[in-house]
Design a protein around this ligand. Structure first.
Ligand code: SAH
Length: 238
């Protein structure tokens, strides 16, 4: 056998082994997601099948630093760099369920962070618009979402306070950073019949569900939470 052939065989065998390793690693992560949904999410009362399916499908580990992959499916928030965090899986599922999403909905997210919540939304609805104020995070998330083929997520770098008027109205809006007051442009960009969920407050925060009806806005406090603060323009408004 020629040396060239031998080298080629070694390289090909190497590739096959790596591909197999990746496949079994991915199967391991999938098994962890199935367990995560059963033990952390369904057990706490989330029942919307579309949300549960999305949580089983989105590879959460791919949205966090590789040295934390072993913790990706733990019942905890995790650091994603730039002093920011990705929420605990249960909170992601809970907030998503409260938005009562339909396939045809258009959703706005403020606080792209890692892009994980946007991917979960993108499994359920036709289009997701997401805004991130910290540039390196915005760039990284956009690249990741593209790499994972989430072609129905549209990313923008900037202050989410102003929303995204060019694409308004939105059927649902989700904030994953806590403002001290509800940003008015976001309420304005909510469609009639639309739902918005956000962590509201500073030292103490509550998840609040806002609904826009033909008679105006209603708000309902759901549960106490702890999110990173929303920065930018909203801090000048209270
Ligand atoms: N949804 C994210 C969680 C991100 S944490 C995920 O799934 O990973 C909240 C994010 O909101 C942070 O990345 C923070 O930089 C961002 N943020 C804070 N204030 C903002 C603002 N005014 N506009 C847009 N993003 C903001």
């Amino acid at each position: 056998m020629k040396t060239g052939k031998i080298i080629l065989m070694i390289v090909l065998t190497g590739c096959a082994v790596t591909a197999q390793d990746n496949r079994s690693e991915e199967m391991g992560f999938r098994a962890q997601r199935i367990k995560m949904v059963r033990q952390q999410i369904e057990r706490r009362g989330v029942t919307d099948e579309r949300v549960l399916d999305a949580m089983r499908k989105v590879p959460r580990h791919k949205f966090i630093p590789e040295n934390l992959w072993n913790y990706a499916y733990y019942d905890e928030p995790l650091p994603i760099g730039e002093d920011q965090t990705i929420s605990q899986p249960y909170i992601v599922a809970y907030m998503t369920e409260k938005l009562e999403l339909k396939k045809t909905d258009k959703v706005l997210e403020i606080g792209t962070g890692s892009g994980y919540q946007a991917a979960v939304l993108a499994e359920i609805v036709d289009s997701v618009f997401t805004i991130e104020i910290v540039e390196p995070l915005a760039r990284r998330a956009e690249k990741k979402l593209k790499q994972l083929k989430y072609d129905n997520v549209f990313c923008k770098t900037g202050d989410g306070y102003a929303g995204w008027p060019e694409h308004a109205p939105f059927d649902a809006i989700i904030l994953t950073a806590a403002p001290p007051v509800i940003p008015e442009p976001l309420t304005e960009q909510l469609a009639a019949g639309g739902r918005m969920i956000l962590p509201l407050g500073q030292a103490s925060q509550d998840l609040v569900l806002v609904r826009k009806t033909k008679d105006g806005i209603t708000t309902k406090e759901l549960l106490a939470v702890r999110f990173v603060p929303m920065t930018g323009e909203v801090l000048k408004k209270h």
